[in-house]
Design a protein around this ligand. Structure first.
Ligand SMILES: [Zn+2]
Ligand SMILES: [Zn+2]
Length: 111
């Protein structure tokens, strides 16, 4: 089951409806494990927020091909990025204002 995420910041930055985790289509025929698992990431080179497949060992930016930082890592997040206890997760690096004021919010499910 995947979740829909909305990212926003007090500076006005907003990114909507990103699908995280994996859905029904992520399971290829004959495989038990999902073949893709998307999670929000930050590219320091392009200063953009994206969704990166965490299944491959090398996680690269879809725009520049550079290595991305996954949200939840210390370099880009003050807090763990998790929606287990709350639908909101605060303290993440904003691609626009470069402060740790980005908020991720779970807004729904997808499959
Ligand atoms: Zn990039
Ligand atoms: Zn911001």
């Amino acid at each position: 089951m995947g979740i829909m995420i909305d990212a926003h910041c007090e500076c006005g930055f907003e990114s909507r409806m990103m699908g995280a985790g994996y859905g029904f289509h992520s399971f290829r025929e004959g495989k038990k494990e999902p073949q893709e698992d998307y999670w929000p990431s930050y590219c320091p080179k392009c200063r953009t927020l994206g969704m990166t497949d965490t299944v491959p060992k090398t996680r690269v930016c879809e725009h520049c091909g550079g290595k991305v930082l996954m949200y939840g890592w210390k370099k880009v997040s003050k807090n763990e990025l998790s929606f287990r206890d709350d639908s909101k997760s605060t303290g993440h690096l904003c691609p626009q204002c470069q402060k740790f004021t980005l908020v991720f919010e779970e807004i729904g499910m997808w499959d």
